[in-house]
Design a protein around this ligand. Structure first.
Ligand code: SF4
Length: 291
């Protein structure tokens, strides 16, 4: 099938040729940045990069749009998974002349995630998420903004997860820009917020950096995986549902008064915390105490 420009369509709904798909995708990212005041050309932007298609797309598109970007990768120590994505990321950053820094759980906390899970059997994603967020904020010191590769699928899943778990307090934190969590927390933005996972994958493939497809071995234990499958099924039957969920969430957020949390430096590491000891230090203390 040909698109109206005469070139072959690469997708049917809506029909678009390669060139128009890329153009439309980049325009949508620019519009998100503009409408939600995500970035300015003066900002130094640190992209939280894993080496997967989402973070590579974020790096690629922000660099292409003229932003000052660097990449930070966290190596949790997940054998058979992270080494492959870091390999892709290192090659990508070298090719695109993007500064890259890699920090590991092992160097920072003395253990890989695999070892923590083997020794204590906590929920992998809880430990992984808490320690990753901690390292990201800590190593973003000196940057204006942290950009992440969260796409529309990730975000719609989060909305449903928070609803299903009655985590209504987390609702205001959603959206393309994270509401201030208090002093010391660096602004976080999601330029791919309105791009679906399928669109991000298509963009990455068309630009030649889709990378190796490997999934974290703990992903099947994630509650998110269940919600993802249900949501994909719903989207198949009701196209556009993911974006509608996000737009509704933003409508709700606009009506909820914004609250800025009061933070103070963690008594152990000095990172911002809502309690005396930050969440990561409490977790690391528990991990070490359990040996
Ligand atoms: Fe970490 Fe869980 Fe994601 Fe694996 S699936 S990278 S353990 S958050």
């Amino acid at each position: 099938m040909l698109y109206s420009c005469g070139q072959p369509s690469i997708q049917s709904n809506p029909p678009l040729c390669k060139e128009h798909f890329v153009k439309r995708f980049e325009e949508r990212v620019q519009k998100t940045i503009r409408d939600f005041h995500l970035l300015s050309k003066k900002d130094s932007v640190l992209v939280a990069a894993s080496g997967g298609k989402d973070s590579l797309t974020t790096l690629f598109i922000l660099k292409k749009l003229g932003y000052d970007v660097s990449a930070l990768a966290i190596d949790e120590g997940i054998a058979g998974y992270r080494e492959h994505t870091l390999h892709d990321l290192t090659g990508f950053c070298k090719k695109n002349k993007i500064p890259l820094r890699i920090v590991s759980f092992k160097d920072s906390f003395g253990k890989t995630l695999d070892r923590i899970i083997k020794e204590q059997k906590p929920h992998p994603c809880t430990v992984c998420g808490t320690l990753r967020r901690y390292l990201l904020n800590k190593h973003a010191n000196g940057y204006d903004v942290i950009a992440t590769g969260h796409n529309a699928d990730d975000e719609a899943q989060s909305v449903l997860m928070n609803l299903a778990r009655a985590n209504i307090d987390l609702f205001p934190r959603g959206g393309p820009v994270t509401t201030s969590r208090g002093e010391g927390f660096i602004k976080r933005v999601k330029p791919l917020y309105f791009c679906t996972e399928k669109e991000v994958l298509t963009y990455a493939v068309l630009n030649g950096f889709a990378g190796t497809f490997t999934e974290c071995s703990y992903a099947t234990q994630a509650y998110r995986a269940e919600i993802r499958d249900e949501l994909n099924e719903y989207e198949r039957n009701h196209p556009g549902a993911k974006i509608r969920i996000l737009k509704q969430c933003l409508n709700v957020k606009a009506r909820v008064p914004q609250q800025s949390s009061v933070t103070k430096p963690c008594s152990s590491c000095g990172e911002p915390s809502q309690q005396g000891l930050c969440k990561a230090c409490r977790l690391v203390t528990d991990i070490n105490a359990a040996i």
